[in-house]
Design a protein around this ligand. Structure first.
Ligand SMILES: [Zn+2]
Length: 370
């Protein structure tokens, strides 16, 4: 195996199908669970509660706790305290990514007790990966913490996810699409391309790209119609699970690079704040491809971006006001010495990034109106 590669697989058990939540009581009984703590959101709980009738009808002691809204160290401590107070032997998270992250962390900290993930959105791989993205109580990003145990159970009920907001689903698609473009150059290096675990990571990244390009249109139409279709379920699994395998199998060789660095840099400009994470990453993919001079691939992606309403330029991000200094600022922020983009097999500098951003802007401005 490659040096310094730590593999973290996904949940101990995973199932994605309509009706899967009716199996929850049996699965918890098999795991000798008696006392359950459920951590839930607000809207997500109203949506999910009707699917948990079988759980409430079975012989468990259940405590419910509303999530504070932020995956912070304080919130994790609070959940650990609740689990201790109620002698919980399992914590169930119902909601979006931050709830999943807080519940995974609290279950680990409570002595590696069981944790069950019931996502109500498909917008990231939080239900899959044994790591938590930590924020301050005010919502400022702090760091990623790896956890010593994975999720015990991940149960994806497509009917819960079909009525989630379209913007979140589209942003989740764009964020997942980045897995391929950010890892392509590293995983295809001759010294990596034949390493078994990295081959798995690359295959997962390939599935992310290909299935999104092939099925996104149909999956979004399904979401708009509120109808669970094969394409919708497929992309729900890709966003939640397959994307988690890219970093899970590839570790530092398959993490975020330029697309996410660009995202982080443009969060410094208030105009970008009303765009979701995935939308800003989508622009970052374009910058990464411009940096790598892969203009044919940019051409290939343009119709897809247009169809999904993803930003391809600073203009699309409402950042046209940026002058040469502003663009240089993005270039500098995205290439700071500690940036993971320096793990790419080519030189990453602020000057070259500046050139790539400008070239992309000119290219997009020169396109004929569709
Ligand atoms: Zn992301």
């Amino acid at each position: 195996m490659t040096a310094e590669l730590i593999v973290r697989t996904g949940p101990q058990e995973y199932e994605c199908r309509e009706g899967v939540l009716s199996t929850l009581p049996k699965r918890l009984e098999e795991r000798f669970v008696k006392n359950i703590l459920i951590v839930h959101g607000t809207v997500s709980w109203q949506k999910a509660r009707p699917y948990l009738e079988d759980l409430y009808g079975a012989d468990f002691a259940i405590t419910e706790a509303a999530f504070s809204g932020e995956c912070s160290y304080e919130e994790v401590e609070r959940i650990v305290g609740l689990a201790a107070q109620h002698e919980s032997d399992a914590i169930i998270g119902v909601g979006g990514g931050k709830i999943m992250d807080a519940v995974k962390y609290a279950a680990a900290k409570a002595g590696c007790i069981l944790n069950v993930m019931i996502p109500t959105l498909a917008s990231n791989c939080a239900p899959w990966t044994p790591l938590s993205v930590m924020y301050s109580e005010d919502g400022v990003f702090i760091r990623y913490d790896f956890l010593p145990q994975q999720a015990s159970l991940l149960l994806l009920e497509p009917r819960l996810i079909i009525d989630s907001p379209k913007d979140f689903f589209v942003a989740g698609l764009a964020d997942t699409l980045a897995k391929w473009y950010e890892s392509d150059e590293i995983l295809s290096l001759p010294e990596n391309a034949q390493q078994p675990m990295l081959m798995m990571a690359r295959q997962a990244a390939f599935i992310c790209r290909q299935s999104i390009l092939d099925h996104a249109e149909l999956a979004i139409a399904s979401l708009e119609a509120g109808e669970v279709t094969e394409a919708f379920v497929k992309l729900t699994e890709v966003i939640t699970s397959i994307s988690g395998m890219v970093g899970g199998m590839g570790d530092a060789f398959a993490r975020t690079t330029i697309a996410h660095e660009i995202h982080d840099a443009i969060t410094n400009f208030p105009e970008s704040h009303h765009f979701l994470h995935g939308h800003k990453v989508a622009y970052g993919i374009m910058v990464q491809l411009a940096y790598e001079k892969k203009w044919a691939e940019i051409d290939n992606l343009i119709p897809f971006y247009e169809h999904l309403g993803l930003p391809k330029s600073l203009h699309d991000l409402h950042l046209d006001r940026l002058d040469a200094d502003g663009i240089m600022e993005i270039a500098r922020l995205s290439t700071k010495p500690e940036a993971p983009a320096h793990g790419l097999p080519y030189l990453v500098t602020a000057d070259l990034m500046d050139g790539a951003i400008q070239a992309l802007e000119e290219y997009m401005a020169s396109l004929p109106e569709l």
